[in-house]
Design a protein around this ligand. Structure first.
Ligand SMILES: [Zn+2]
Length: 277
């Protein structure tokens, strides 16, 4: 069964309306059922960053042309290594594009504000630039001055590869950012950005889990560091005890904690029985 783009719970293939959060997954259904080639084509060709990521793959070969076909050993080894690593990074980041979109959106409710995709791309590109300059100065040196020690050669080979890997990585991160923006316009917002709705869904799930006609009502809530929710709820289904009177009515309170999708519920009784409401 497919999973809802807004809350990660399963929904029926013949009905795109999510039974848990009521999100309409019609557009998401169209996106997820497209062929792999169509999805890749849209990802890379509808964004200038996607096109740059594609063109960055054969870039290491060009390095040989600029070195008059007589590259030093570090470059000779570095070119195939860089091409392989660029392909690995390229496929790896493409595979993680949905997770990266979720992490980017989750930044809005997480504490600590992890770095954005744009900042990570900038850091990757800046470090590529610095490393490329350092390598260029080293390779421009007279042949007799070139480092011959094994360890330094290994470091130069790695540095050469990292330059191109970081260029591919920065272009892919920006392409994922464009992809996320396009997808955000098509599909429902994730439930962790709809706080009131998230609380309702969690209370309904918790009431169902507790069973026996439990009807939980929100008392207070807060967000967890990772974007989930902590809820204090009271059970409104409990009958009044006539002998105690309305003022002394005893109601169970429950502490509920979930992840940012409102899943992985942790439910426990919060207060001693004698607590009054
Ligand atoms: Zn849903």
């Amino acid at each position: 069964m497919p999973t809802c783009i807004a809350c990660k719970s399963e929904y029926a293939t013949n009905n795109p309306r999510c039974p848990r959060c009521q999100a309409d997954n019609a557009n998401w259904d169209r996106e997820r059922t497209r062929s792999g080639i169509s999805r890749a084509g849209q990802f890379f060709l509808r964004s200038v960053w996607g096109i740059l990521a594609l063109t960055s793959l054969p870039l290491p070969i060009l390095a040989i042309l600029f070195l008059d076909f007589q590259p030093v050993a570090s470059v000779r080894i570095g070119v195939p290594l860089a091409i392989i690593l660029c392909f690995v990074i390229f496929l790896f980041t493409y595979h993680l594009r949905f997770s990266a979109r979720e992490s980017e959106l989750l930044r809005q409710v997480r504490t600590g504000q992890p770095p954005s995709l744009a900042l990570l791309a900038l850091l990757a590109f800046s470090s590529a630039l610095v490393m490329a300059l350092a390598l260029a100065f080293t390779l421009e040196a007279d042949e007799k001055d070139l480092p011959t020690q094994g360890l330094i050669r290994v470091m130069m080979t790695l540095a050469f590869s990292i330059v191109f890997v970081n260029v591919t990585l920065s272009a892919m991160l920006m392409a994922i950012r464009d992809f996320a923006r396009r997808l955000n316009e098509l599909v429902p917002q994730p439930i962790f950005l709809q706080e009131d709705h998230l609380v309702k869904v969690v209370l309904a799930s918790a009431s169902k889990n507790l069973g026996k006609g439990t009807n939980l009502e929100l008392v207070e809530m807060s967000r967890t560091e990772r974007g989930g929710v902590k809820i204090l709820a009271k059970d409104c289904s409990q009958p009044t005890q006539p002998s105690l009177g309305e003022a002394n009515k005893v109601v169970d309170k429950w502490e509920i904690e979930t992840d940012h999708w409102g899943l992985n519920l942790s439910i426990k009784l919060a207060k001693p029985k004698e607590d009054k409401w």
